[in-house]
Design a protein around this ligand. Structure first.
Ligand code: 9MG
Length: 311
């Protein structure tokens, strides 16, 4: 059940039974290696969001104080988070980019402390220098909304002394402008082709298949209709053979679907976010990235009990 801790990988652990170069393209990774943590993907994982930024769309400014950030991480872990995603740059629509030095200062000391909390820490960054520092500080995963396209990003991850997991997310454009009339001929086919290409590039650079996660990037250069099309078609992305991460928590699409025009704010998106997480898991998502860990874990427990109940 959510909250059951990942096992630590023992040296020489057999993974999918094949080495990476022989694995067929569409074989499903049933295990995720995150630093020295090993998740058998027999249940959905919950990634708790910890933004240490002044301007994130939902929790901007709340966890800039290190004490508040640590306490929130502790609470999310107690609530059943399997991983914690630490971000020092807001990637909400319209956000300007954050200087690398500022991002480093926000996340590195925090990751150093969180690394001993007993769950893998993911560094939400697209900057190679921040990736390297975060890994040295103890991060077990890099969550890159730019899918390791920045010069030096792939090398920073593939060449890390401590191998880490990598989440490759699709984003059309840049956060500052990505929601200005995004358009696709076929959003599902285009996102799928992009993720397949990025995953292949990562494997070619030396990142083990069992360390790669793909993510359609809900809300990143996408309309509500694009997001719904991707959510419905999630099994097509699952068929790529990598665990799929879905992040819909508190996003504008949830607001649009519950009727923001009636004056409802981000604080009113909890039930819609939990419903979206369940919809993603029901379509094969292996990881859901959420702000509201406790409620999502509860909902997943009920969903799993139904799934696992005898016929
Ligand atoms: C940082 N961040 C914000 N939203 C996200 C999402 O949907 N997926 C991933 N991987 N990261 C996200």
């Amino acid at each position: 059940m959510p909250g059951t801790r990942a096992r630590i990988a023992s040296p020489g652990t057999t993974l999918s039974g094949m080495n990476d170069s022989r694995a067929p393209a569409a074989s499903l990774s049933r295990v995720l290696l995150c630093g020295h943590y090993r998740f058998p993907l027999d249940r959905p994982l919950v990634m708790g969001v910890l933004n240490v930024t002044p301007d994130s769309f939902s929790d901007g400014g709340r966890f800039l104080d290190p004490g508040a950030a640590l306490a929130h991480a502790q609470q999310m872990i107690a609530d059943g988070a399997d991983l914690i995603d630490v971000g020092g740059e807001s990637t909400r629509p319209g956000a300007p980019s954050t200087p690398g030095a500022v991002e480093l200062e926000r996340v590195v000391p925090l990751i150093e402390k969180l690394a001993s909390f007993g769950v893998p820490i993911s560094a939400d960054t697209r900057k190679p220098a921040v990736m390297r520092a975060a890994i040295a500080a103890g991060a077990s995963m890099v969550n890159d909304v730019q899918a390791a396209r920045a010069p030096g990003a792939l090398e920073s991850i593939a060449g890390a002394a401590q191998p880490v997991a990598l989440c490759l997310m699709h984003m059309r454009g840049e956060p500052a402008t990505m929601q200005q009339a995004p358009a696709y001929d076929d959003v599902v086919a285009e996102v799928k082709a992009f993720l397949a290409e990025r995953a292949r590039a990562c494997e070619a650079a030396g990142v083990a298949r069992e360390r790669i996660v793909v993510d359609p990037g809900f809300g990143f250069g996408k309309t509500v209709a694009h997001n719904l099309a991707l959510l419905r078609a999630l099994p097509e992305l699952v068929a790529l053979g990598y665990p799929v991460l879905a992040g819909l928590s508190r996003k504008a699409t949830i607001g649009a679907l519950i009727g923001q025009e009636r004056g409802r704010g981000i604080g009113d998106r909890l039930a819609g976010s939990v419903a979206a997480a369940l919809a993603a898991v029901a379509r094969g998502a292996a990881i859901v990235r959420v702000h509201d860990v406790r409620e999502t874990v509860d909902a997943l427990k009920v969903w799993r009990a139904v799934q696992d109940s005898p016929q």
